[in-house]
Design a protein around this ligand. Structure first.
Ligand code: NAD
Length: 478
């Protein structure tokens, strides 16, 4: 198998960097790729390129149909290169190939969605308030947008920011995580093939320490108008502080510790099967993971038995195999972090199933009788670890769900729509699932957090508005 080498992507072309770094597979340690280790100067070059493309280039004022064509052509190219993109994710991040192919398909749909919205951008008019005047409300691109992304959705995490940014007419600099930078580099090349003008999309890859330098440069640069960040809450706070210098628009997609609430009148078999996928999907390395299970005491024993049964169906193994449902954790460092939480769980709660590990793998692990105020229930683990917390009343369940610094997602399982809706309204999170988790097949609904899970939204119309400014015009009629 050949080992690809990637450079920086600046001004629409591959650009070598003085220093390079290697990424090894977290599954078997083989070399997955070599990448440019970009630094402060490269970050400045990328921002300069995007700034020139915005101030002097054709993209911000290009007709909507041009943006539509580029976005739809990129979607087509993603689909045509799905195996290549998925292989990058498998080798660099250990994501199972079935999930990786699903991510490519979701990314293509996201590009198509924003291609459609690009055609539909409309301002509005204020016509009747004063018969002697006319008001216009225009929607303009926000300017140069910087995208700083995590490794857990290494393609969709970039596309869900890039597609609305391009649809709005912005130009972009991007900094993917050093743990899985390849998909962003391939995306840049495919955008070039699709005909995106040079300078509209620029990518700086870097290894871990330089990544923070590049990220801080983007966040603090006065030539950047908007920052869209996905990552941990601590890094997001550092980004927000750095962005204050020129009061740039900031969107932060941060961590979570979401509660999945199961009532006795729920379809229990479905609820148990989904409760397992809610915290094992992507090996638990997922911001919206249903990592707290709030379980009604009346169904406690029956439901735990179902959980054990479904946990046993997970297939841990080679991420390149289609049958694998759970790959390794992203790195040795993350693996050790998760093992620390397993030790904590054994000391403070009751191990129901799992707890084993080999290589960078961790088995689906369920702890029962977890105190909601404990670290196990309050901190984002980012691994396949579920904390079961019993409850008796609906009010207690809502209070437990809300007793968290985070507010990203949540689930409620019940046969009663009245109960479901009261809980949905009571829980303070950016998204809720009723009798499902992670998806009901409704793509392109806004995603984002309350509280310390972040600010701003991705996907949907709200995702486009993040990259637009409103300009009002008052015309005095004579
Ligand atoms: P991270 O915070 O370590 O890194 C995120 C990105 O920020 C990386 O590209 C990194 O290089 C960069 N970075 C690091 N230090 C920086 C600094 N000082 N200034 C600017 N940029 C800097 O997060 P991660 O480990 O890559 O990702 C995991 C986290 O992402 C989890 O907390 C997860 O919940 C969160 N996440 C959230 C969402 C969401 O939509 N809410 C989605 C996926 C992941």
């Amino acid at each position: 198998m050949t080992t690809p080498q990637f450079d920086l992507w600046l001004d629409g072309a591959n650009t070598p960097a003085a220093v390079r770094f290697e990424r090894h597979s977290p599954f078997d340690g083989t070399l997955a790729g070599t990448f440019a280790d970009g630094g402060e100067q490269d970050a400045a070059a990328a921002v300069g390129s995007a700034r020139r493309a915005f101030d002097d280039g054709p993209w911000p004022s290009s007709p909507a149909r041009r943006r539509f064509e580029i976005l739809t052509e990129t979607a087509r190219l993603l689909t045509a290169n799905a195996d290549l993109l998925a292989e990058r994710m498998v080798r660099e991040s250990g994501k199972p190939v079935t999930l990786a192919l699903g991510e490519v398909a979701a990314s293509a749909r996201c590009l198509e969605y924003y291609a459609g919205l690009a055609l539909a951008v409309e301002g509005s008019a204020v016509s009747e308030r004063n018969p002697g005047a006319l008001g216009l409300i225009l929607r303009e691109p926000v300017g140069v947008a910087a995208l700083i992304t995590a490794w857990n959705f290494p393609l969709l995490g970039v596309v869900c920011k890039l597609a609305p940014a391009l649809a709005a007419g912005c130009t972009v600099v991007a900094k993917p995580s050093h743990l899985c930078p390849g998909p962003t580099m391939l995306l840049a090349q495919l955008l070039g093939t699709a005909g995106l003008p040079g300078g509209v999309f620029n990518v700086v890859t870097s290894q871990r320490e330089q990544g923070a330098v590049v990220g801080q440069h983007f966040a603090s640069s006065r030539a950047v108008d908007k920052i869209a960040f996905t990552g941990s809450t601590a890094t997001g706070q550092a980004v927000m502080r750095a962005a204050a210098g020129n009061a740039k628009r900031v969107a932060l997609e941060l961590g979570g510790k979401s509660a999945n609430i199961v009532f006795p009148d729920a379809p229990l078999a479905d609820a148990a099967r989904t409760a397992i996928s809610a915290f094992t999907f992507n090996s638990g390395q997922q911001c919206s993971a249903g990592s707290r299970l709030l379980l009604h005491r009346d169904i406690h024993d029956e439901f735990l038995a179902l959980l054990v049964e479904h946990a046993g169906k997970q297939v841990l193994g080679d991420p390149a195999e289609a049958a694998t449902t759970m790959g390794p954790l992203i790195s040795r460092r993350q693996h050790e972090r998760v093992l620390g939480y397993l030790d904590l769980g054994r000391a403070e709660a009751k191990l129901v199933t799992g707890g084993g590990s080999h290589g960078n793998f961790v088995e689906p692990t369920v702890f029962d009788g977890v105190d909601n105020s404990s670290r196990l229930a309050q901190e984002e683990i980012f691994g396949p670890v579920l904390s079961v917390i019993p409850f008796t009343t609906e009010q207690e369940a809502v209070a437990l769900a809300n007793d968290s610094a985070y507010g990203l997602a949540g689930g409620v399982w019940t046969g009663s729509m009245d109960t479901a809706f009261r809980v949905v309204r009571g829980v303070r999170t950016g998204k809720m699932f009723v009798n499902c988790y992670n998806t009901a097949g409704l793509d392109d609904m806004p995603h984002g957090g309350y509280k310390e899970s972040g600010t701003g939204r991705e996907f949907g119309h709200a995702g486009l508005e993040e990259f637009q400014e409103l300009k009002t015009v008052q015309i005095l009629l004579r």
